[in-house]
Design a protein. Structure first.
Lengths: 113, 112
């Protein structure tokens, strides 16, 4: 069975600072994708970043980057220069060839002005 | 391209009534997925459909829940004889099988 674990239910960061959200996962597949989704109060699920398991290079999207440690099955999200608009629930997710997306329980991120 | 359209945005049903949730996938997407989100929880997979076929319904409750994706028209998630425990946000996502998923804005179902 595939699992995704986010061990930090809530985190806070000062505006303009950097924060890292943790995620570990388990899968027996060798071909899979990992995602971080953002869910603001509007409830819309917004894709933040995506990582293909076969790529060693960590994905980066502007202020968002990941630290993908395949052997350790770890996939953390780093948000640099945090902004008030970054406040949201963040979900780590995993999918493989059968296309089901498995989500973690989420981390609620607060941005302190 | 309007993205994934879900309606209604909010739905209130009395216990015992039926709830019908609709999802129109993105143009060009032929794969539809339904997820349920309970308060303060992540999204839980329910069912994966292609046109006229259910591919994986392993997350779907065995009773009262059904889903379809007809040749024409939106995908429908149907919940019969709703109970208070069915209250949740229901999300639809579509993809074109290159792992590009797009989510709708969800339908919040409240059972009173």
């Amino acid at each position: 069975a595939q699992t995704v674990t986010q061990s930090q239910p809530e985190m806070s960061v000062q505006e303009a600072e950097t924060v890292t959200l943790s995620c570990t996962y388990d899968t027996s597949e060798s071909d899979y994708y990992l995602f971080w989704y953002k869910q603001p109060p509007s409830r819309q699920m917004i894709l933040v970043i995506r990582q293909e398991a076969y790529k060693q290079q960590n994905a980066t999207e502007n202020r968002f980057s990941v630290n993908f440690q395949k052997a350790a099955k770890s996939f953390s999200l780093k948000i640099s220069d945090s902004q008030l608009g970054d406040a949201a629930m963040y979900f780590c997710a995993l999918t493989n060839r059968d296309d089901k997306i498995i989500f973690g329980k989420g981390t609620r991120l607060h941005i302190l002005p | 391209n309007a993205g994934v359209m879900q309606n209604p945005r909010h739905l209130v049903r009395r216990r015992g009534q039926e709830a019908r949730l609709r999802c129109s996938p993105m143009k060009g997407h032929s794969h539809v997925y339904w997820y349920r989100q309970l308060p303060e929880e992540g999204l839980k997979f329910m069912v994966y459909l292609q046109k006229e076929n259910i591919i994986d319904e392993s997350g779907m409750p065995k009773e009262r829940f059904s889903a379809e994706f007809p040749k024409e028209g939106p995908s429908i998630l149907r919940i019969q004889q709703v109970v208070r425990g069915d209250s949740a946000a229901y999300f639809c996502a579509s993809s074109n099988r290159n792992y590009g998923y797009t989510f709708g804005s969800g339908t919040r179902l409240t059972v009173v």
